[in-house]
Write a protein that binds this ligand. Structure first.
Ligand code: ATP
Ligand code: MN
Length: 467
């Protein structure tokens, strides 16, 4: 077998016929008759299968019986022009080796449609479906495009810690990290947990955001981005929230809110265009199977400037909508945080394009956002997308030491764990801005999947950390 070097199926499908080839992969289907068997083989390099043609007279009957859905094969043969429709080339097999049998009775991924929900409980099969092959390849392409985008702009990839003693910003509930014996917790004189006995000598958690550390990076090397796992003990069992997700957080010195908005728009457009340019086979599959508006929606987003609107203007639009009979589950008035139904109304019904919301009431946003002159709003920005709602959250940061300290005071936050951060405003403070893109929210948008659990290989959600 190994006298010929193995070629991946993606490359085989793009090759000229007339050569001897070796393919390896898993059987998707087998059909045919007494004389000839047609085997659809897939190796994950592309959504497309290569067709293997096996004349039964050349192969042992027992061997061909072992060629079942899910079994792994090595196939040597001649790459020939295909007479059947649907593919340009196929392999006329001369040698077939079954690398791994797959008991058809125990491999439920037959032709019958298996639900996404069911698949989440069968890890090995889930990833081998067409759907997850497509999702995983798009996920990989997006990760690559993110690094490419920022590296072309000279941003430094900054690795921020996953274990932290700061609670970032109250961005979300945190998972505590401890080596204390939970059956025998040390207490101090007041009866509180004595964290000085814990591994780090203090209370620590998994990070909810790398931003605060990111600001230190930006005020040192200018422009940074983080790209790593983020954890939030969100007990909200929604199709848009995970307990462990990936986030991209660029942070830029000398950027004001306008620069920040421009970068965010250029960034998401670049990513969506990259997917359209490089993942079309997978997108077509997902478009046909799950969401027939997917490709059109993606093309729509890259084709037009995003709508800019302040929070205050958006509240007026939403209040008008309510006055005209639009029904929302949650009430909306100045001072409330928008729910995704409000965000989607603005994007899908009112403006019919992506929206960048800015200048939020300070009480619904984090302490570090730059305060506006009006004393009630801050220079935050949320990028809202069709079908998703918020995909990016960011802001210009408060650069003034006095104002930042006053806000921390006003909110009654503990300064003890924040002095290292406040120092950036003491020693050569600069205007700076940044934002966070939820990687899986982006993937929802570029795959058309409806549930965030289905765009990450091993989802973590309340009561579920399997595999
Ligand atoms: P939401 O209101 O949707 O919960 P948020 O305001 O908590 O979002 P940020 O703290 O601004 O979000 O986080 C930045 C980005 O991270 C969000 O715009 C979103 O894309 C993503 N994100 C936030 N929480 C989650 C989560 N639990 N799972 C997946 N992605 C998330
Ligand atoms: Mn949240």
């Amino acid at each position: 077998m190994e006298t010929v070097k193995r070629t991946k199926i993606k490359a085989l499908l793009a090759s000229e016929p007339g050569v001897e080839v070796l393919a390896k992969g898993w059987v998707r289907t087998k059909r045919g008759n007494k004389q000839v068997k047609f085997i659809a083989l897939n190796d994950g390099s592309t959504i497309n299968n290569i067709q293997i043609v096996a004349n039964t007279e050349n192969f042992d009957e027992e061997l061909l019986k072992r060629v079942t859905t899910g079994a792994s094969l090595a196939v040597k043969g001649q790459l020939v022009a295909s007479v059947g429709s649907g593919q340009a080339v196929e392999i006329q097999a001369t040698e077939i080796e079954v690398l791994g049998d797959c008991d058809p009775m125990r491999f439920p991924l037959q032709k019958k449609d298996t639900t996404l929900e069911y698949l989440r409980s069968v890890a090995h099969m889930r990833l081998r479906t067409n759907t997850f092959g497509a999702v995983l390849r798009i996920r990989n392409a997006m990760a690559y495009a993110i690094h490419t985008f920022f590296n072309q702009k000279g941003f430094v990839y900054l690795h921020t810690p996953l274990i932290t003693e700061s609670d970032a910003e109250g961005a979300g509930d945190m998972f505590q990290v401890t080596t204390l014996d939970l059956k025998n917790i040390p207490l101090d004189k007041k009866g509180n947990v004595d964290f000085s006995k814990d591994f780090f000598g203090k209370k620590t958690s998994l990070t909810v955001s790398g931003q605060l550390e990111g600001e230190l990076g930006a005020t040192a090397v200018g422009e940074i981005y983080t790209f790593g796992p983020t954890f939030r003990a969100e007990n909200s069992n929604t199709p848009r929230h995970l307990a462990e997700f990936w986030m991209i957080e660029p942070e830029m010195a000398f950027y004001d809110l306008k620069d920040n908005m421009e970068l965010a728009e250029e960034f998401v457009k670049y990513l969506v265009k990259y997917a359209l340019d490089n993942c079309m086979d997978d997108l077509k599959f997902l478009n046909d199977k799950y969401d027939d508006g997917l490709i059109e929606r993606m093309q729509g987003v890259i084709g037009i400037p995003f709508q800019h609107v302040t929070y205050t203007q958006a509240v007026e639009i939403l209040e008008n909508a309510v006055a005209n009979g639009v029904k929302f589950e949650y009430p909306v008035h100045w001072g409330t945080d928008f729910q995704s139904e409000h965000e989607r109304y603005l994007v899908e019904k009112h403006f019919q394009k992506p929206v960048i919301l800015t200048d939020f009431p300070k009480d619904i946003k984090a302490f570090y956002m730059k305060q506006n002159e009006d004393g009630r709003t801050v220079r935050g920005m949320d990028v809202l997308f069709p079908k998703i709602g918020e995909i990016i959250g960011g802001s210009e940061r408060e650069a003034s030491l006095e104002k930042l300290e006053a806000r921390i005071e006003e909110l009654g936050m503990s300064r003890k764990n924040l002095e290292w951060y406040i120092d950036t405003r003491r020693y050569g403070t600069v205007p700076h801005s940044g934002f966070g893109l939820g990687f899986e929210r982006l993937l929802l948008f570029v795959t058309g999947m409806a549930n965030i659990r289905d765009v990450i290989p091993f989802p973590r959600t309340p009561k579920n950390a399997e595999f």
